[in-house]
Design a protein around this ligand. Structure first.
Ligand SMILES: Nc1ncnc2c1ncn2[C@@H]1O[C@H](COP(=O)(O)OP(=O)(O)OP(=O)(O)O)[C@@H](O)[C@H]1O
Ligand SMILES: [Mg+2]
Length: 264
């Protein structure tokens, strides 16, 4: 075990201090083995995610160099899209690792939610998707003790998902209200929704409900993992629900609102 082989087992039946020590070692080795397996899985996932856009970019550039593909704006746009995808992936991975290691502490302050939601909506509208976005904050002066930067990150990720899965011309609503002493945010779309068996899994790193959609339109499966980390740090919960009425998906965020304050 001291040489790094955490699969070794310490078996003991003794009830004295040595037995206690052996059991402590056993439990430590099990934890280390789990961390080690998780680390390997993460490295494999990250490498795979980076390799996909890199391989596409390399093939494209090789074709350009060989003169097989013409150097026209469309080709450069494809290359640029792959580069953006790589950049976004690296940014998300850095965000996630900073969140997980606790390097970036939460900076909670009384935050009016109306302007925060409006800004996230405006930024999502700038992506130019054919979707109508509506925000509904009740009461309009609703205010909460949160980290505005981090909550904005959650909203951007959820709005990106909702608009990506929404049908053309569909409506996406983002709402915020106070209910039973908690702050409740909901981002709802009228897309295909998330099937029950996937509702929890989609919050894991690199998890996608539909693995076939990993091309240009699909993401890397990190947005919801980031959102869950931020919500956890706030002591809240996040879950995916069916839209009412179906079809569609509602992602609900509930944050404890102990120190709630109304803006004057
Ligand atoms: N509003 C939604 N409607 C239907 N499916 C969704 C919705 N939001 C998320 N999903 C499913 O959950 C998966 C995980 O979402 P997540 O935001 O973590 O990753 P992503 O959108 O694929 O990539 P990224 O956010 O990293 O660009 C998605 O791939 C999709 O299958
Ligand atoms: Mg996403």
């Amino acid at each position: 075990m001291a040489c790094g082989n955490y699969s070794r087992r310490v078996t003991t039946s003794s009830r004295d201090e040595v037995g206690e020590l052996a059991r402590a070692f056993e439990s430590m080795a099990r934890d280390l083995a789990a961390v080690d397996a998780e680390r390997r899985r993460l490295v494999a996932d990250v490498s795979h995610e980076l390799r996909t856009p890199l391989a596409a970019l390399q093939a494209l550039l090789e074709n350009l160099a060989d003169g097989v593909t013409p150097a026209d704006p469309e080709t450069f746009e494809t290359a640029l899209a792959q580069t953006r995808r790589l950049g976004r992936l690296v940014t998300q991975l850095l965000d996630l690792s900073r969140l997980e290691s606790g390097v970036v502490p939460l900076e909670r302050r009384p935050t009016p939610l109306g302007p925060l939601l409006e800004q996230a909506v405006r930024e999502t509208e700038a992506s130019g998707r054919d979707v109508v976005l509506r925000s509904d904050v009740r009461p309009p002066e609703l205010c909460a003790e949160v980290d505005p930067e981090r909550l904005h990150q959650v909203l951007s990720n959820l709005l990106d998902n909702a608009t990506r899965h929404s049908p053309a011309g569909g409506v996406v609503t983002v709402s915020a209200l106070r209910s039973d002493g908690a702050l409740r945010l909901a981002i709802c779309d009228a897309g295909p929704g998330i099937a029950d068996p996937d509702k929890e899994r989609v919050f894991e790193r690199f998890a996608r409900a539909d693995p076939a959609r990993t091309g240009r339109e699909g993401g890397s499966g990190l947005g919801l993992a980031i959102a869950r980390w931020v919500v956890d740090l706030h002591g809240g919960v996040i879950r995916a629900e069916d839209a009412d009425p179906p079809p569609g998906c509602c992602v609900v965020v509930e944050l404890p609102d102990g120190r709630r304050r109304e803006h004057a």
